[in-house]
Ligand binder design. Structure first.
Ligand code: ADP
Length: 562
């Protein structure tokens, strides 16, 4: 009879889910999983740090609408992946982390890389368990996939002792679970849908907030249909962009504050009213909230709701549209002519005008606004942006537009620095036909810059941009973060004039460095062209330092209502 082992069973379980890529750093005892992966049609991507494996896998899952998979070597390899679990948990992203550990036999005798991984991952995952035998690998994997993607998605940790991975079993004795998911999609209760429709119909100043939770059922038509029939303005969360194209006339991102404070009925779909929306504190005290979320426990947190709809975003929006059918005649036109949309448009236009000089600034070092404006001119609509940093992120929110679902990645709900490079790697593998651009502040870039080598080695064409302003928030933390006078500047100001492009040159990629704003566009175009020819590119941009940057962008941020 044919025999198999735990590692092969892991690879086969991943393939059976239809997943074609996994991320890891080849090391014991998980290296065999990476070795077996191609036998089952799964491409193993070998990264340079386990944190990047978890980040790339999470982004791959988000962009592809499936579960990401990362495999981590034992001991430090596993602990390096903890931040990835944190990011996936906080952003509700489906991710399976398979961590190696020392052998089950010989526990507590000082075996190599013996660690108690399961409790470490407990607070950061939906499930954290150790697999007890090779024969049960398929059962645990089915459990992990079900947990990761059912209800609110999230990460799962599976601990694989080396003797379980190497455990040999007869293939005929392995039981493969089937039908381990339900395909029924939770929909809102008829009463809650009816009440929500009534509220929306009676609203004078309705508004919608869209978050990245809509990724999983992708209700693009329903979202658009709802705002257009009601003439309802909306704002997306930072990663909720693109599910409705950003250039939709009802997108009021540039009048965010006015929308949040002025709306009398707010429909929240696939977003949490957490710090990102100031816990709802800026909503009018009289505003009536309708919240659609697949996770019942989310509804009512931080702010009381008038109607809570527990259900999938697409299913619930479909119900809502059906309930509104025949009752919305002329509503969109009335809204267009009314004071609510007029006030938001006025604010949005004046904020847009206010940043024009920054977008076209000729100053040197280059203004971040100008850099991102040039980026937005060079890359096409379907581009996936992975944006990381502080000033880069804040400016990116105002300048870079997204037009397609799941095409905007950033530091996310827990503001994790270092995601920009590995998220781009995962995104490009998930959607090879879309251009992928990773824009990073120099601090954020530093965390995982070595992943550019992963991209070059595996032939993953991405444009990496370094917004090189010389340190953390441009170096000068003293005034920015209220540090005591006289602190040692070297904690946040980097060595001068670092040529980050030289790194990709060393890796064999395409390099550009720009210090004159007029050279930006040709350099970006050359970098884009290089990726079309299959190369990975890095553009180092010497950008404005703290003094000018802070005063300009805080002014612009204030104007934009952030
Ligand atoms: P954002 O950061 O974009 O505001 P969050 O990550 O804070 O988004 O919130 C996403 C929300 O979407 C979570 O509360 C999650 O439970 C919810 N969610 C996930 N999947 C679905 C779905 N299919 N339908 C509705 N809500 C969902």
């Amino acid at each position: 009879m044919a025999q198999t082992d735990g590692s092969a069973l892991i690879a086969k379980s991943i393939a059976k889910e239809g997943i074609t890529t996994l991320f890891g750093l080849a090391g014991g005892p998980i290296v065999e999983i990476m070795g077996y992966a191609p036998h089952y049609g799964v491409r193993p991507i070998g990264v340079r740090h386990e944190q990047a494996a978890t980040f790339s896998a999470a982004a791959y899952g988000y962009v592809k609408n499936e579960v990401g998979v990362a495999v981590l070597a034992a001991g430090p390899g596993v602990t390096n992946g903890l931040t990835g679990a944190h990011v996936a948990f906080d952003n509700c992203l489906p991710l399976i982390i398979i961590g190696g550990s020392g052998p089950q036999t010989g526990r507590y005798s000082g075996t190599f890389q013996e660690t108690d991984n399961v409790p470490m991952f407990r607070g950061l995952t939906k499930m954290s368990v150790q697999v007890d035998s090779a024969a049960r690998v398929p059962e645990y994997m089915a459990m992990a996939f079900r947990k990761a993607k059912s209800g609110r998605p999230g990460p799962v940790y599976l601990d694989l002792p080396s003797d379980v991975l190497q455990g040999v079993v007869e293939e005929d004795d392995v039981k493969w679970p089937s039908n381990y998911y339900t395909d029924s999609v939770p929909a809102g209760s008829p009463e809650s849908i009816k009440r929500a429709a009534e509220l929306l119909l009676s609203a004078e100043r309705p508004a919608m907030i869209v978050g990245k939770g809509v990724r999983w059922s992708e209700p693009t038509e329903e979202l658009k249909g709802l705002i257009e029939t009601l003439g309802m303005p909306y704002i997306p969360s930072p990663m909720g962009r693109g599910f409705i194209p950003d250039d939709h006339p009802l997108n009021m991102s540039a009048a965010r504050s006015v929308l949040m404070t002025g709306a009398d009925v707010i429909l929240v779909v696939g977003a949490r009213i957490n710090w990102m929306f100031d816990f709802g504190r800026r909503f009018s005290p009289d505003a009536k909230i309708i919240h659609i979320d697949i996770e019942p426990e989310e509804i009512g947190s931080n702010i009381g709701v008038e109607v809570g709809i527990v259900g999938d975003a697409k299913a619930s929006l479909k119900q809502l549209l059906a309930e509104l059918e025949g009752k919305t005649d002329g509503l969109a036109d009335r809204a267009e002519e009314g004071p609510w949309l007029a006030s938001l448009r006025e604010k949005s236009d004046s904020n847009g005008k206010a940043i024009q000089p920054l977008l076209n600034s000729d100053s040197t070092p280059i203004a971040t606004f100008r850099l991102l404006n040039e980026v937005s001119k060079v890359f096409p609509r379907e581009t996936i942006y992975s944006v990381d940093g502080q000033m880069t992120l804040a400016t990116g929110r105002q300048v870079l537009q997204s037009y397609t679902p799941a095409s905007r990645l950033n530091s996310g709900s827990n503001g994790c620095m270092g995601v920009g490079v590995p998220f781009a790697v995962g995104a490009k593998l998930a959607r090879p036909d879309a251009p992928v651009v990773s824009v990073n502040g120099d601090c954020a870039f530093g965390f995982n810059a070595m992943e550019m080598e992963t991209a070059v080695r595996h032939g993953i064409p991405i444009v990496f941009i370094v917004n090189n302003n010389g340190g953390i928030v441009g170096g000068n933390l003293e005034s920015r973060m209220g540090l005591p006078e006289g602190y040692d500047e070297r904690v946040a100001t980097y060595a001068p004039d670092i040529r980050y492009d030289k790194i990709i040159e060393a890796f064999g990629g395409h390099a550009e460095s720009v210090s004159d704003p007029d050279d930006l566009r040709p350099a970006l175009e050359r970098a884009y062209q290089a990726t079309l020819e299959g190369k990975t590119a890095c553009v180092n941009v010497f950008s404005e330092h703290m003094e000018t940057m802070i005063s300009r962008s805080t002014r612009a941020s204030a104007l934009m209502g952030y």
